[in-house]
Design a protein around this ligand. Structure first.
Ligand code: GLU
Ligand code: ZN
Length: 284
């Protein structure tokens, strides 16, 4: 068989402008694909309801072109809601989803332990009868799901082969109260549908990959490899955030582009791990 071409993607959410960390991530994903003659995809992750702004997605495209990147764009998540519904229906039939009506406050008050992605849901609603008229999220019963799949592994380009440990994140939400999918479900399904072979993203999503691996096993999806890259941080160690506007690090890509910076030069500097003053790559 001929070697498979690498397919990577950059999957930004249009709920705030792109910053240097996004540029780093996009350049990385782009180059990993191109080095292999593969494809680099852009997917707009715009299901976060009112927080998603269509005009931002246009700025993202301009920012990426300014960086000198070329991509193939795949359909935005908002066009795929039916496929998310179909799959959550399948998972429900497998008996591994349960409704949860808890608010963030309920979860805090239940004495939830902190995990890699905030508080780990303590399972309050598992086995509880929920009034069907009440708005509920659907959570994955991770122990029950693992019984179906058995132990799983996945491979990160830097960290090597991992034993999948989805229990670390607890019973994650797969269907939100307000949306037919959570990030975990939508991203996993889309990566499979888009033929992504190397999921390239920041180390802040490393733990999520344990859950995504479990979903792939439950749904018989192809299993990609992962490349979690280090995060850019400010001098005080805080990661760059979308909504902070100050300083070199807080400055967004659109702002740099509009003030006349050379985007290709910036992309090349990022390739050499040269960052503006006060920005560095976090030790992972
Ligand atoms: N849409 C996610 C974000 O903007 C990225 C998800 C991913 O790369 O898997 O953070
Ligand atoms: Zn609950």
């Amino acid at each position: 068989m001929p070697p498979t071409k690498i397919v990577t993607r950059f999957a930004p959410s249009p709920n705030g402008p792109l910053h240097l960390g996004h540029a780093f991530s996009a350049v990385m994903a782009h180059d990993l694909a191109r080095a292999n003659g593969g494809r680099f995809l852009l997917r707009i992750e715009d299901i976060d309801g009112p927080r998603s702004r269509a005009e931002l997605a246009d700025e993202f495209r301009r920012d990426l072109a300014w960086l000198g990147l070329e991509w193939d764009e795949v359909p935005a998540q908002s066009t795929r809601l039916d496929s998310y519904r179909a799959v959550s229906g399948r998972l429900s039939q497998m008996g591994i989803l349960y409704p949860c009506t808890c608010t963030r406050k309920d979860i805090e008050e239940a004495g939830a332990r902190p995990g890699p992605e905030g508080l780990v849901y303590p399972g309050t609603c598992k086995g509880r009868r929920v009034d069907p008229a009440q708005r509920a999220a659907l959570r994955l019963d991770v122990p029950a799901a693992l019984e179906l799949t058995g132990p799983l592994t996945w491979e990160d380009a830097g960290a090597g082969v991992q034993q999948a440990d989805p229990l670390a994140l607890g019973d994650v939400v797969l269907v939100r109260k307000d949306l037919p999918a959570s990030y975990h479900l939508a991203a996993t399904l889309d990566d499979a549908a888009d033929g992504v072979t190397l999921v390239t993203r920041g180390a802040d999503l490393f733990a999520a990959s344990h859950v995504h691996r479990l979903l792939q096993a439950l749904l018989d999806l192809p299993v990609p490899r992962w490349h979690h890259h280090g995060l850019l941080v400010e001098a005080d160690g805080r990661k760059l955030a979308k909504r902070r506007g100050s300083g070199e690090g807080g400055m967004g890509l659109t702002e740099r582009r509009l003030r006349g910076d050379d985007g290709r030069e910036l992309a090349d500097a990022l390739r050499r791990y040269q960052f503006p003053a006060g920005i560095s790559l976090a030790a992972s």
